[in-house]
Design a protein around this ligand. Structure first.
Ligand code: NAD
Length: 511
């Protein structure tokens, strides 16, 4: 087996505390009914850059339940009496294209804020903002193509119409790992369908979501259509789930909170969309291009410091090629640059919070205690400078270990081996999650047959964490309910009304 446990500090890019971009200290206000507002209490939340110890980079309001209710009331008015739901698709589309253009025009500013709030590499953040403009563009294009159906085959004297209508007011609750992307995967689909929105981003990373709504206002999206409230899960998020003025809750985050919101929604028979956790398998067959697979596996597990719901955190490798693959993977893992999010060369940035870094480390300790072989990493680095965790690789993992089953949400790879395709698929399916999966093979038939048997909503053959607005995303099993993106994404935010039209005189019931 190639590799011993080593941490190469030479790959660690120490954050530069004199970087002038750290003086940003942005002060944000919530956007409610087209106006920028503070919490009525005046309370705020400070965000310290996770990559730069002690440096506050953004401040936003801490909304109370009443602050959120004002935003819900604004969204309700905009839906019930405002122009948006009644506007033509073409007009909605035109305004949404403008939002996409404005996002691109502010790419650098948004990328810097996203990088500082989340701790992600600036180059990655820049790419993500570009992708978000594309998400808005796609949804803008589709917004004028949404249609219902007609049924002209139900009898000569009858015509059936299926009207597509917006669901109403949607509460969108997002996590901290990809704030701008996750909001861009939901808000344009919801408003494109004619809904109005109250977005509650994570309390850790709220700034860029506020900027998104401000850009939408600048583009001419009417007041009250896209509101943003900031604050803690309870009360701000919880009110969105509980308030009868909200018709649907679209939640992205942990299984723990998602389950709770599902229960609340069930009590009031409110529509709910849930995108929750994952434990993505990456299956590598012996016939795979091993260089490409090793590169993809590294990307899949280290991207966003592993804080990614579709992270490929479980490597399932065919036994005969394990050593050859691990040699390549360890080589990349030893060389990959991690550290300062503002350095253009950085590939892996910081962890979101001290508590989360500790949680990741406790999983690593559990893996060691359970007898897994720690080949690389497994410790925090540059602790005085920020929240950094070294790229970490485990081999000799067995399916019963917590590091094989549970979502670690850090740059930690768990490697297991298999002998047959059936065994690989069974192992891939042996978690409570079903969000994503990758298969690496040069035999397309074999790869497709495996993918068909894996219970996961977002799958890749010979790639990982790839995405395009056209294809749906979403979870099987405990990874969630519903689908976002593509044409399917609009159905989540649509009601379908059947209209029976009688042509001519109906046959009498009581003659
Ligand atoms: P989290 O569940 O702690 O928080 C997500 C959001 O819910 C935040 O805005 C938070 O303030 C809010 N929230 C917390 N308590 C709430 C409550 N009682 N009522 C209403 N809202 C509440 O998740 P997180 O730590 O921000 O994100 C990490 C998790 O999100 C991981 O499990 C990850 O897999 C998952 N995630 C899933 C996807 C996906 O598309 N499936 C994408 C990204 C992250």
């Amino acid at each position: 087996m190639a590799g011993r446990k080593t941490i190469l500090l030479s790959n660690f890019i120490a954050p530069d505390s004199r970087d002038p971009r750290l003086n940003i200290k942005s002060r944000y206000r919530m956007l409610v009914d087209g106006k920028s507002v503070d919490a009525a209490s005046g309370r705020t939340i400070d965000r310290v850059s996770p990559g730069h110890a002690g440096v506050v980079v953004g401040t936003w309001p801490e909304a109370s339940a009443d602050d959120v209710r004002l935003a819900i009331a604004a969204a309700r008015r905009a839906f019930d009496t405002g122009p948006w739901p009644r506007m033509s698709g073409a007009e909605r589309s035109r305004l949404m294209f403008k939002v996409a253009d404005l996002i691109l025009a502010h790419q650098e500013e948004l990328a810097l804020a996203e990088s500082l709030e989340v701790g992600k590499p600036i180059a990655q953040a820049r790419g993500e903002i570009g992708f978000c403009a594309d998400l808005w563009s796609y949804a803008a294009g589709q917004a004028r193509a949404l249609e219902g159906q007609s049924h002209n085959n139900i009898g000569d004297d009858r015509l059936g119409l299926v009207l597509r209508e917006p669901v109403g007011v949607v509460g969108i609750i997002t996590p901290w790992n990809f704030p701008f992307i996750i909001a861009s995967e939901r808000v344009p689909w919801a408003i494109g369908a004619g809904c109005t929105v109250v977005l509650k981003p994570s309390e850790f990373t709220s700034g860029t979501s506020i900027r998104m709504a401000e850009l939408a206002r600048e583009a001419g999206i009417p007041d009250g259509v896209f509101n943003v409230v900031t604050g803690y899960g309870d009360p701000a998020g919880q009110v969105l789930a509980e308030d009868p003025g909200v018709d649907m809750v679209a939640f992205t985050g942990s299984v723990r909170v998602g389950t709770r919101l599902g229960e609340i929604a069930a009590r009031s028979v409110k529509r709910v969309g849930l995108e929750l956790g994952g434990k993505g398998p990456q299956i590598v067959f012996a016939d795979a291009d091993l260089d490409a697979a090793a590169d993809g596996i590294a990307y899949g597990v280290y991207h966003n410091a592993g804080q990614c719901c579709i992270s490929g955190s479980r490597l399932l490798v065919e036994e005969s090629i394990r050593d050859a693959l691990m040699e390549r993977l360890l080589d990349i893992s030893r060389k990959v640059t991690f550290g300062d999010p503002l350095n253009e060369r950085t590939r892996i940035g910081a962890m979101i919070s001290e508590a989360h870094a500790q949680k990741v480390h406790s999983y690593v300790e559990a893996g060691v205690a359970a007898g897994a072989e720690l080949l690389l990493g497994g410790e925090r680095v540059g602790r005085e400078a920020g929240l950094y965790y070294a790229p970490t690789v485990f081999a000799g993992v067995t399916p019963d270990m917590s590091i094989a089953r549970e979502e670690i949400f850090g740059p930690v790879l768990s490697t297991l081996t298999f002998r047959t395709a059936e065994e690989a698929v069974a192992m891939a399916n042996a978690t409570e999650f079903g969000l994503s999966a990758s298969v690496w093979s040069t035999n397309l038939e074999n790869a497709l047959q495996s993918i068909r048997r894996i219970r996961a909503g977002r799958c890749w053959i010979n790639s990982v964490i790839d995405g395009t607005p056209e294809l749906p995303i979403g979870g099987y099993k405990k990874s969630g309910l519903g689908r976002e993106l593509g044409r399917y994404g609009f159905d989540e935010y649509s009601q379908f009304k059947g209209v029976h039209v009688t042509l001519g005189r109906p046959a009498p019931w009581f003659a």
